[in-house]
Write a protein that binds this ligand. Structure first.
Ligand SMILES: Nc1ncnc2c1ncn2[C@@H]1O[C@H](COP(=O)(O)OP(=O)(O)O)[C@@H](O)[C@H]1O
Ligand SMILES: [Mg+2]
Length: 320
């Protein structure tokens, strides 16, 4: 029978079906499917594939002395987002950030940068640091050169750029955070807020795709925080992905477009703030309180949602 099948079928294929195939399918391919393919593939590229600019896959990290800081943490950073990493003290935020720019290597699991598993040789690390910049919480841990301009030049010089290019980048970075006038100032003669802006400028001069900021608003007064956020908003509008840790849940709720909730060295949930931060059980598990806006929405009997939705609901109530 197999011969009969082969002969019979191949004839059918060659004579009858091939026509149908050629006519029908090619039409389908050219008209219907190509559209689907073009739409589907480009969507996949825009959303699915390139969406994850950075990812941690089940990473574990134990510090010397046996402290398990990360216990199988997975997190995907969507390209172009403003992602707030939330969690109580000691939950692993700083340790995660040190892994996301290659300063620490996971004991288990892996980091994926732009879809490619990270490597830790010198060349790979230099390229990685050029793409993913980290601003540490304490500027004194990051600043080391004698003057502001020298400090901000260090990264771009390390990338092997020409002196002229480095100069241009340093000027641009200082202007972006509003400290052009401090270029020649010794770094030890700066205020805390100024030091924080110098460390951000040092990262900006690398023109990274992603900036990781560990507790960016901690220790800044209202005006300092506003200045910093204005710079970050401009960067984000230009396409830079921002990941910042904070335990200011109201700030995260109002400013982030994604939030990740960490507890015990793991990521419990990642998603839109209106959704994740309305989940009381989840927040309690992470030792976090609910955002004030969510409490107001609940007290007013308004549906939980994003900040804008709640404000619109309240404004509507006030008009009535
Ligand atoms: N250098 C270190 N040596 C030993 N343990 C550390 C070190 N840094 C952090 N840890 C521990 O790792 C855990 C996670 O810390 P960390 O990442 O700093 O959390 P977070 O930034 O969320 O406060 C904590 O238990 C902390 O005590
Ligand atoms: Mg920390």
């Amino acid at each position: 029978m197999s011969e009969a099948i082969l002969e019979g079928m191949s004839e059918a294929i060659l004579e009858g079906m091939s026509e149908a195939i050629l006519e029908g399918m090619s039409e389908a391919i050219l008209e219907g499917m190509s559209e689907a393919i073009l739409e589907g593939v480009s969507e996949a590229i825009l959303e699915g594939v390139s969406e994850a600019v950075l990812a941690a896959e089940e990473i574990c990290h134990t510090y010397p002395g046996g402290v398990l800081a990360l216990a199988g943490l997975s997190l995907t950073v969507p390209r172009g987002c403003r992602l707030a990493v939330l969690g109580a003290n000691g939950c692993g935020k700083t340790t995660l950030f040190l892994h996301l720019n290659g300063s620490l290597q996971p004991g288990r699991g892996r980091i994926v940068v732009g879809g490619v598993p990270a490597a830790y040789d010198r060349a790979a690390l230099t390229a990685w640091r050029g793409r993913v910049g980290l601003v540490l919480q304490d500027p004194d841990d990051q600043l080391f050169a004698a003057t502001v301009a020298e400090d901000v030049s260090f990264g771009p010089l390390n990338l092997g750029l020409s002196v002229a290019e480095v100069r241009a980048r340093v000027a641009e970075a200082l202007a972006m955070v509003g400290i052009e006038a401090l270029a020649a100032r010794p770094t030890h003669m700066l205020s805390y807020g100024q030091k924080r802006r110098v460390t951000l400028a040092g990262v900006l001069a690398m023109r990274p795709e992603v900036i990781l900021l560990d507790e960016p608003t901690a220790g800044l007064d209202a005006q300092g925080a506003e200045l910093l956020l204005a710079s970050l908003e401009a960067l984000n509008a230009g396409g830079t992905t921002l990941v910042f840790s904070t335990h200011d849940i109201d700030f995260a709720y109002g400013w982030a477009d994604r939030v990740a909730v960490l507890a015990g060295g793991r990521c419990l949930r990642e998603g839109p703030p209106g959704e994740v931060l309305a989940n009381s059980g989840l927040l309690a598990q992470a030792g976090l309180r609910r955002p004030l806006m969510v409490e107001i929405a609940e007290a007013a009997g308004l549906p939980h949602g994003g900040r804008d939705e709640i404000l619109a609901g309240l404004a509507d109530r006030a008009r009535r």
